[in-house]
Design a protein around this ligand. Structure first.
Ligand SMILES: Nc1ncnc2c1ncn2[C@@H]1O[C@H](COP(=O)(O)OP(=O)(O)O)[C@@H](O)[C@H]1O
Ligand SMILES: [Mg+2]
Length: 316
């Protein structure tokens, strides 16, 4: 426990950041955030979301951060979020967690008129055979196979439609995911990511905060052994100002959330919109991160302070 300078009172953390067992001290990028909150008189604890000894009710506020291992146990994670919310204010709320866990939320965005990466969805219940999966793949060009519940590019592979061997690897990949009851997404590989990268736009309380560039990540088929023991694929991040077109799309996505996400009626503490350019250069939504996005504070001076201020205002 820390003692506030100039105060005789011991300071008890009334805020917990939720993380995963693999990162018991949070992602280093978040340290600046905790320090900024500390400096404002809001000390925090860091707790592992699935540690059964944690008394979440002891914290009036719980902010989700690097809980990246939940993708193997999404139901358990959603239950945890609901449970925490019974006794604490969870940010973002449990309803948002439940909605945002599964990339099928992209369909809701699409229905709301927002541009997403065109996607074909395969449901495990349909028991698709190899031939049926094969017919869902594009006839030419590169394409991506990934599960709807994932993070850090895990279980995500890139294939070449024109190559028999690559197609059959893609079929195996899709079959393996479907076989364990996971829903699968098939997308064209949007080539411009190779030259222009992906842009992540971060919003705090519904207001645009900062943006960063992520280099292309997918080189080929998914190989489980490359991911053994890692939480995410190594990402090449740099600072980048979003274009007008990117800002426009991302702002529309954030503005649409109260209409699209059940149980949301005001701005969310945080949101990250990941965009890549489609074949015509128009930004389309690859991912909307409302649960545990990295914010890349170190690439945007002032952004950790901005986020800390927003949390402090909520703690009041
Ligand atoms: N359709 C696509 N075109 C190009 N790159 C893609 C595509 N889908 C995924 N990727 C690459 O794979 C990475 C991970 O995919 P993403 O959909 O963001 O899932 P997650 O980050 O949740 O694992 C992206 O950052 C991007 O580099
Ligand atoms: Mg992503």
């Amino acid at each position: 426990m820390t003692t506030a300078a100039g105060s005789t009172h011991q300071r008890t953390a009334r805020l917990a950041f939720a993380t995963c067992a693999g990162l018991p001290d949070l992602d280093p990028d978040d340290h600046e955030l905790r320090e900024a909150l500390d400096a404002q008189g809001f000390p925090s604890d860091v707790k592992v979301w699935d540690d059964p000894t944690v008394d979440w009710a002891a914290y009036p506020h719980v902010v989700i951060r690097s809980t990246w291992d939940y993708t193997d146990r999404p139901t358990q994670f959603a239950d945890w979020a609901r449970r925490v919310q019974r006794t604490s204010t969870l940010l973002n709320p449990a309803a948002v967690v439940a909605w945002n866990l599964d990339k099928t939320y992209l369909r809701d965005l699409e229905r709301a008129g927002l541009p997403i990466v065109p996607t074909i969805w395969l449901d495990p219940e349909r028991n698709l055979d190899a031939r049926a999966i094969h017919t869902r793949f594009p006839a030419f060009g590169d394409f991506v196979v990934k599960p709807t519940i994932s993070a850090g590019s895990r279980d995500t592979g890139r294939y070449e439609a024109g190559q028999t061997q690559s197609r059959s690897l893609a079929i195996t990949h899709a079959k393996n995911l479907l076989g364990v009851g996971r829903r699968v997404m098939i997308q064209r590989y949007l080539q411009r990511v190779d030259t222009e990268g992906e842009t992540a736009l971060i919003f705090v309380e519904g207001e645009f905060s900062h943006s960063v560039r992520k280099g292309a990540l997918l080189e080929g088929p998914y190989r489980a052994e490359e991911h053994e023991g890692t939480l995410y694929r190594q990402e090449a991040m740099t600072a980048r100002d979003a274009s007008e077109a990117e800002l426009e799309v991302a702002k529309r996505v954030v503005a649409a959330l109260p209409e699209v996400v059940p149980g949301v009626d005001g701005p969310l503490l945080y949101a990250r919109v990941d965009l890549i350019p489609d074949a015509d250069g128009h930004p389309v939504v690859l991912e909307l991160e409302l649960i545990e996005p990295s914010f890349f504070f170190h690439l945007a001076p002032g952004s950790a302070q901005r986020f800390a201020d927003a949390i402090a205002a909520r703690l009041g």
